[in-house]
Design a protein around this ligand. Structure first.
Ligand SMILES: NC(=O)C1=CN([C@@H]2O[C@H](COP(=O)(O)OP(=O)(O)OC[C@H]3O[C@@H](n4cnc5c(N)ncnc54)[C@H](O)[C@@H]3O)[C@@H](O)[C@H]2O)[C@@H](O)CC1
Ligand SMILES: Nc1ncnc2c1ncn2[C@@H]1O[C@H](COP(=O)(O)OP(=O)(O)O)[C@@H](O)[C@H]1O
Ligand SMILES: [K+]
Length: 493
């Protein structure tokens, strides 16, 4: 079965703030000065504005008190030199220092630059706005004044202005990806390297497009904190790629175990997902009352009564994959099912209530994939959800280490972590998935991929990425509100 399938060109390196600051400092030391890098940042940004908005006649630049604002002053100066009328809205509440001061001094007094009070921003008529309020130096929460200015930028954006953010949409925390209010950026020009917060939680909500400008920063030996899987990668790799001369055994066997009374649908959806994601054969072990529904829904799945058979009877060799948890419940039956699973050494996916049982009594397996949402992650780590959301990559890695498992920490984008340190962020926000059942569909898909790929991390990445990509295609056709999670299974190639 294929391994190491994701070519480097589809993996976008993501850095934490400390990594970016280290590269910035090393670059200043190498060059013997810091201002040239700010000049390159302003030039790069201005270049993007001209390419996207070649007929620009007026420009509004909103500048904060730090170096992000310094970049904004450089852009203001370059535009003014080019004959563009520039209005600068200055939000700094104390005199600038260092490079930002130099940038301000260079631009100040230019006949085509007018400095206005930020109160007037909402009346500005420029078609292009540069957001240079806050960059990597932002510390939440936003002050009232910044909130007001960000609100005004977003209002102009809603009225049709094109907004480009310097380094990041102001208000976005580039560590966690959280924002209470941030600039809606049509384009983000980010410097030195992509920051992880651009890709987590609210990050993708505010960054409609991101381009990266390296600014000739020196390379350090340190590795990126994580990678983002470019969705284009999936154009080349269907979830469990078919081979011409293959048979059902080529694609492995998955047993889904779950569906206590009242939760039959979860296990049925997971089994259908395993089948439609490409597993060679699929069994479903569930409460007897759900058998008829399961067989009518998908006769391709071998539905077995949990009252008449145990899990071993459904297995087809050592590599049969278990998906334990969808609708499993927390009853005495659920507990006995979990105990049976603990005595087996199959490659296993644990989801939903399976994660509840795992938290009480763990398993050690060569191939184990866990698929918690932040609430389940909090339980596994004995933390509160707020703490998990402040650092999703860290939470995913901690679970991966504690349980020696590959982890998919689910959200608007999902973080996949391996105990060997690999970290990948996959997906784009798709609120059509914000419905019960989406997780059950994912767990079945992970089962199919785990039966197909040698490497559990790659299996998890492929399943999570395809779940998201198919949901986007499905919601585009059916609608974000109406789509049902299992319908995404018809958009898997
Ligand atoms: N030094 C340089 O030459 C370079 C700097 N770069 C730019 O510099 C930025 C980083 O600059 P800084 O470290 O000065 O940081 P920022 O400019 O991002 O932010 C610091 C400023 O924002 C204020 N601030 C922080 N949190 C706030 C809040 N919650 N409410 C209101 N005000 C708040 C601070 O008081 C300070 O004035 C990068 O994002 C990038 O845009 C790039 O141009 C690369 C080169
Ligand atoms: N807004 C969203 N954007 C993208 N994906 C989402 C969004 N909301 C939910 N999802 C995805 O849907 C799935 C939800 O899983 P989970 O919370 O376990 O739901 P359930 O088990 O109730 O079906 C996860 O894969 C998650 O990544
Ligand atoms: K900014």
């Amino acid at each position: 079965m294929p391994s190491v399938l994701l070519p480097q060109r589809f993996l976008r390196p993501l850095f934490d703030i400390a990594g970016i600051r280290a590269r910035e400092q090393a670059s200043f030391a190498h060059e013997g000065a810091s201002f040239p890098m700010m000049l390159r940042a302003g030039q790069a940004l201005y270049g993007h504005i001209l390419r996207r908005q070649p007929n620009i006649a007026q420009l509004a630049v909103v500048v904060g008190g730090g170096n992000n604002g310094g970049d904004g002053w450089i852009v203001a100066y370059l535009a003014a030199q080019d004959g563009i009328q520039v209005r600068v809205y200055d939000v700094a509440n104390s005199p600038r220092k260092g490079d930002a001061k130099l940038a301000e001094e260079q631009a100040m007094g230019h006949p085509r630059i007018e400095v206005r009070s930020f109160h007037e921003l909402e009346y500005d008529s420029a078609a292009v706005i540069v957001d240079a309020l806050l960059g990597i130096g932002f510390q939440a929460p936003l002050s009232d004044m910044y909130e007001q200015v960000i609100g005004a930028v977003n209002q102009l954006s809603a009225q049709g202005a094109w907004v480009v953010s310097v380094d990041c949409p102001s208000g976005l925390d580039l560590h966690s990806g959280q924002a209470t209010l941030a600039v809606q950026a049509d384009l983000v020009v980010t410097f030195i390297g992509d920051k992880i917060g651009h890709y987590l939680q609210d990050g993708p909500v505010y960054c409609h497009e991101i381009v990266t400008e390296n600014l000739q920063a020196v390379d350090l030996s340190e590795q990126p904190q994580a990678y983002f899987l470019e969705p284009a990668a999936l154009d080349h790799f269907p979830p469990c790629q078919r081979r011409l001369n293959s048979h059902k055994g080529t694609y492995g066997h998955v047993t889904v175990i779950g569906g206590d009374h009242g939760f039959g649908g979860a296990a049925i959806m997971a089994s259908e997902a395993a089948a439609k994601a490409g597993a060679g054969t699929v069994s479903l072990l569930t409460q007897e009352t759900h058998l008829m529904a399961a067989l009518v829904r998908n006769p391709n799945v071998m539905a077995v009564s949990a009252e008449l058979a145990d899990i071993r009877a459904t297995l087809r060799g050592e590599q049969s994959v278990l998906v334990v948890g969808p609708g499993l419940g927390r009853s005495a039956w659920s507990k006995s099912v979990w105990q049976q699973c603990q005595s087996l050494s199959q490659p296993t996916v644990v989801d939903a209530d399976g994660l509840y049982w795992l938290g009480l009594s763990s398993v050690q397996l060569d191939q184990l994939v866990l698929t918690p949402h932040p609430g389940e992650a909090a339980r596994l780590l004995e933390k509160d959800v707020k703490e998990i959301l402040q650092d999703l990559p860290r939470a995913a890695s901690e679970i991966a280490n504690r349980y020696q498992a590959v982890v998919i920490l689910k959200g608007a984008t999902s973080v996949v972590a391996s105990p060997d340190g690999r970290l990948m962020i996959v997906g784009k926000p798709c609120p059509g998935l914000a419905k019960g059942g989406s997780g059950d569909v994912l767990s079945g898909m992970v089962g199919a991929c785990l039966a197909f790929y040698q490497d559990a991390y790659e299996a998890a990445v492929m399943a999570a990425a395809w779940h998201n990509k198919a949901a986007q295609a499905c919601s585009a056709k059916i609608g974000m509100v109406a789509m049902q999670p299992y319908q995404l299974l018809d958009y898997l190639e």
